[in-house]
Design a protein around this ligand. Structure first.
Ligand code: NI
Length: 163
């Protein structure tokens, strides 16, 4: 089921998520499936639970167009980040029409649980690291507009918007 996406400046986008507990309830499993449906339908590369109105530490990543199968990360946390940064141009499904350049660490090591609660620790770089950092920002209440150093599109859409 495709869910409605919460738009900026809704306060839930600034609310920190809570960890999920295991085993996952049928409702939580359904929510994860719905988030995957929603990110695919929206043509997004990632989606975090606050964006569908749930303050939970839950994200999905959808890089199917890059031949990476979509996956879910539960209670994800960044353990370490490279000092070296890379510049990205990003948008956000919750801030439609707004795009800009920002810098993020090029490489991260993160931990997360899978659907069974098994913890994994992975090192990633490139677009996977970019998307995971963007989505982990969401569950910490951080948005791209906090990090953009140069808007490339839609800056005027933010004028007069108050949080
Ligand atoms: Ni976003």
């Amino acid at each position: 089921m495709v869910l409605p996406i919460v738009k900026y400046p809704n306060k839930i986008l600034r609310t920190k998520g809570k960890d999920l507990t295991f085993p996952l309830s049928p409702n939580r499993r359904k929510l994860i499936k719905d988030m995957l449906d929603t990110v695919r339908k929206a043509g997004g590369v990632g989606l975090a639970a606050p964006q569908i109105g749930q303050s939970l530490n839950l994200i999905v990543v959808n890089l199917e167009h890059q031949e990476v199968p979509a996956f879910v990360l539960i209670n994800p946390r960044i353990k370490s980040s490279s000092r070296k940064t890379a510049e990205f141009e990003e948008g956000c499904l919750s801030i439609p029409g707004v795009f800009g350049k920002l810098k993020r660490p090029e490489k991260i090591t993160f931990e997360a649980a899978d659907l069974t609660g098994k913890k994994l620790v992975l090192e990633v770089d490139g677009i996977v690291a970019e998307v995971i950092q963007h989505e982990i920002d969401h569950i910490n209440g951080v948005l791209i507009i906090d990090k953009i150093t140069e808007y490339t599109k839609g800056e005027e859409l933010l004028k007069g918007v108050k949080e």
